[in-house]
Design a protein around this ligand. Structure first.
Ligand SMILES: Cc1cc2nc3c(=O)[nH]c(=O)nc-3n(C[C@H](O)[C@H](O)[C@H](O)COP(=O)(O)OP(=O)(O)OC[C@H]3O[C@@H](n4cnc5c(N)ncnc54)[C@H](O)[C@@H]3O)c2cc1C
Length: 509
């Protein structure tokens, strides 16, 4: 009884906190949806104000930010807007040609709410443009160059000149006519392990996309419900993103109410799940503010390559290096069941199911599971290398390789032999450093994680959000796991048996 009471209290608390957290990324999302309130729907630059300025700039995945201070009554600003927008089109929004590099924003100093903010930047004329690392904007501008990491852009009066100025700063050669089928800037540098740091945003996006697909395709059924619960439990405990851990825990806490187990038993198989799907849609599994359409690490050189499936692999690898030994077998069945039930690519899930089914004995260590997943992914890579070469369907800039290549991990392969001889200890060490440490390093830099990488909640006082203590969140996750576990205990027992005792049946795929 008391457990239920505490869950309800904590649930309300977290729900309140999350509803107040609409600030930062929601603004980025709005522009992606083309319906930003106050913004012209066609605008690419993100309109900021005193209430969301710090949060958006702290939260953006972009490496640089550009802020235009203007006044809506200023005719020169109105004339400048099309120039600014021409450049913003390249960097902002879901179809950005060069995403994740520069966040272009504007602040209307003629609005009372922004008076202090504009003062902080000593805005002396309109429009006035500032450039710098996004996190450095919260301190405001100081004319002392040694103190301030920000720069005033003195030569950005036309779109061409502004883009030239940016190109000089970052050593790029972007043009105003660049189109997004040529993502030249993403020429793969596979020897740079630091690239994976950008993938944390992709992992969030892949998680949110997976959840959207599940709901849009009404994939929660009596036979798949338990596997979704198990996967959500895994996400709530081990997702590399704090937002997604929290969002998954919230969905779990409410799952039994929204999607009761007897929903199907009482009405047979033709259950109308529209209501349930509608309500679940309101739960944003990684928060409302997840950037969409950005695909940074997983961005292909063509619009139809990489993206979601790449993000899903990265999610699975990142989970595999975060679990404890005792969770290895349950994680294996969760991942196998999830792909089997919810990955909408028919060939992919069949192949993956076959690989899952060929595992003969239960996993005992996290290392074994992480290495199995790595090797299963390589099996897929190997098959696709041939297919893509013959059908020309691959991404020319990201050809499939047996991974990790020598440039990325020299010690992973033993020297001498013409065939690859893996040193599995070194591969495991590399997986840990790549998917556990480097993956979240950007988050650490931005203060979204504690130094030790533990589950710390961000102090978002600048956004009027309520911070939820770690203990409370963990309690929710644990309590919801306990509930979920009770609800699906019997079913999960049945499911895990499937992989070891009834390997041949693919009829449900
Ligand atoms: C479960 C699953 C099964 C799939 N099955 C098929 C299929 O049968 N047929 C098909 O056409 N497509 C399949 N796909 C899609 C395919 O595997 C790729 O995801 C897609 O082609 C995009 O490829 P990519 O170049 O982005 O690299 P991906 O293969 O998606 O890999 C993403 C990133 O993971 C890293 N990586 C690569 N290999 C490994 C490894 N062995 N271990 C750890 N990290 C690695 C690399 O950094 C790479 O950039 C499947 C996807 C998933 C998630």
């Amino acid at each position: 009884m008391s457990l239920v009471y505490w869950i309800l209290i904590l649930n309300l608390w977290v729900f309140k906190a999350s509803s107040l957290q609409a600030g930062s990324r929601a603004v980025l999302r709005e522009i992606a949806d083309n319906n930003g309130s106050g913004n012209d729907p066609k605008d690419y630059a993100v309109e900021l104000n005193a209430t969301n300025f710090d949060a958006v700039l702290k939260d953006t995945p972009a490496t640089y930010a550009l802020v235009e201070f203007f006044a809506h009554w200023c005719p020169a600003c109105r004339n400048y807007k099309p120039h600014y927008e021409k450049v913003a089109r390249l960097f902002n929004g879901p179809n950005a040609v060069h995403p994740g590099i520069v966040l272009m924003t504007r602040v209307d100093c003629a609005l009372k709410i922004n008076t202090k903010l504009c003062d902080k930047f000593s805005v002396g004329h309109y429009p006035m443009l500032f450039w710098g690392p996004p996190t450095k904007f919260s301190a405001g501008w100081s004319s002392d160059q040694a103190k301030s990491k920000l720069r005033v852009i003195d030569d950005g009066r036309t779109a061409e000149r502004l883009l030239n100025w940016i190109n000089k700063q970052i050593g790029s050669s972007y043009g105003l006519d660049d189109e997004n089928f040529e993502n030249e800037h993403l020429s793969p540098n596979i020897s740079d392990p630091g690239q994976i740091a950008r993938a944390v945003y992709d992992v969030e996006e892949a998680t949110a996309t997976a959840f959207d697909i599940i709901l849009e395709h009404k994939m929660i059924k009596s036979g798949t419900r338990a596997s979704l619960i198990k996967f959500l439990q895994l996400l709530a405990a081990h997702h590399p993103s704090r937002r997604c851990r929290k969002g998954s825990a919230e969905v779990l806490v409410n799952f039994d109410d929204l999607c009761p187990l007897d929903m199907w038993s009482s009405a047979g198989h033709d259950v109308d799940t529209t209501n349930m799907v509608g309500v679940l849609h309101n739960f944003h599994i990684c928060g409302k503010d997840v950037p969409r359409g950005y695909w940074m690490f997983c961005r292909g050189s063509r619009n139809d390559t990489r993206g979601f499936s790449c993000g899903l692999w990265v999610l699975m690898h990142s989970l595999s290096v975060r679990i404890e030994d005792g969770e290895s077998q349950s994680t294996f069945t969760s991942v196998c069941d999830f792909i089997h039930n919810f990955f909408i690519c028919e060939e992919c899930r069949q192949h993956f199911y076959e690989m899952c089914s060929s595992v003969k004995s239960p996993f005992k260590t996290a290392r074994d599971f992480a290495l199995w997943l790595w090797s299963a992914h390589n099996e897929v890579n190997e098959r696709l290398m041939k297919e893509e070469a013959s059908l020309q369907t691959g991404d020319p800039k990201f050809p499939k390789i047996i991974w990790p290549p020598k440039q990325l991990c020299p010690s992973c392969q033993d020297k001498g032999s013409s065939q690859i001889e893996w040193n599995r200890d070194e591969v495991y060490k590399f997986l840990i450093s790549y998917y556990r440490n480097t993956l979240v390093s950007l988050y650490k830099e931005k203060g979204l994680l504690a130094e030790d990488g533990t589950n710390v909640f961000l102090d978002e006082s600048s956004t009027n959000a309520v911070a939820v203590p770690v203990g409370a969140a963990l309690a929710i996750a644990l309590a919801s796991c306990a509930f979920g576990a009770l609800a699906c205990y019997w079913r999960s027992q049945q499911k895990s048996r499937k992989y070891f005792h009834q390997l041949h049946s693919l009829k449900n795929i």
